[in-house]
Structure formats: structure tokens, C-alpha cells
Design a protein around this ligand. Structure first.
Ligand code: 5GP
Ligand code: ZN
Length: 136
């Protein structure tokens, strides 16, 4: 746990939360500012600031928790779809610097703003990007 990290305190039960699911390594809680009905956050109980700091084993398990909790949200709330969103860095909209995944149940025509305006991939940009990005 990291001092002064609110999600460490919530994940480990020091601060009460509306808990949808809990196991030894994760807690899933209702978001206090939901984008839609049932908006849930999955928090690992150990601190990692973002995806890049997350241990591989925790990352593997996180997607399984997302699958399990997401299914329960969709079925329990009669949702029509589900967005899984995960922000890294302030530029990407991350406001709490403890890794978390958003599960956002979606309902036909709900108008929840989980979207963007599509741009255009030029040949020049494509070549530049493929030349610069090196995956280990
Ligand atoms: P981020 O923008 O970092 O990806 O998402 C942070 C999310 O945490 C926001 O959707 C915000 O509403 C939610 N949030 C911030 N503080 C609290 C809190 O104390 N309790 C709960 N349940 N949600 C919080
Ligand atoms: Zn933390």
C-alpha cells in the first residue's frame, strides 16, 4: 500500500465502498461519478500507478476479473453492452494514480460519452508510426 493513495485505502477496506466483488487481490467498486448505471472500477489491492507498473501476473488476473464482473453487470442490470476503459497518465484522463479499470455498462441510446471523433490514417503517418514503435 502507498501512503495517501485513496484507491489503496478503498481496495484494502480502510475506506468503505460499494463493493460489487472482492477476492484476495482485487476489489470492484461502484464509481462515485458514474458514466452510466453500474459504472464499476476494478482496483488491485497492491499499489501500481498505471498499466506499465502493474506486475504481469496482476495484469493477467485483472482482465479475468473484468470478464467476470462485466458479465455480472450486464446480466444483472440488463445492459446492452459494456465498455472497458483504462486510462494511463493525466493526458489520457487518469485522475487517480492507482491502476484501475472502468467497466461501463451501456444501454441502447444512453448517450454516455465513451467515444471519439475518428480521424484519418495517412500513408505518411502510418510509415512514421510503424518505423518508431518497437515492441520488445
Ligand atoms: P480515472 O479518470 O483516473 O481513470 O478514473 C477515476 C475514477 O474514480 C473517476 O471515474 C471517479 O469518478 C472515480 N473516483 C474518484 N474518487 C473516488 C472515490 O473516492 N470513490 C469511488 N468509488 N470512485 C472514485
Ligand atoms: Zn494505491
Amino acid at each position: 500500500m502507498e501512503d495517501n493513495c485513496i484507491f489503496c485505502k478503498i481496495a484494502n477496506g480502510e475506506i468503505p465502498s460499494a463493493t460489487v466483488y472482492e477476492d484476495a487481490e482485487f476489489r470492484a467498486i461502484l464509481d462515485l461519478g458514474p458514466a452510466s448505471k453500474g459504472h464499476t472500477l476494478i482496483l488491485p489491492k497492491t499499489h501500481a500507478a498505471n498499466l506499465f507498473e502493474l506486475p504481469e501476473e496482476t495484469a493477467r488476473k485483472a482482465i479475468l476479473v473484468a470478464k467476470k464482473v462485466g458479465k455480472a453487470l450486464v446480466e444483472g442490470l440488463d445492459a446492452d453492452g459494456l465498455n472497458v476503459v483504462q486510462n494511463n497518465g493525466a493526458a489520457a484522463g487518469q485522475t487517480v494514480m492507482h491502476f484501475h479499470m472502468h467497466l461501463i455498462p451501456r444501454y441502447d441510446s444512453d448517450g454516455a460519452g465513451v467515444t471519439w471523433t475518428p480521424g484519418n490514417l495517412s500513408d505518411e503517418a502510418k510509415e512514421e508510426i510503424l518505423g518508431r514503435v518497437k515492441v520488445d
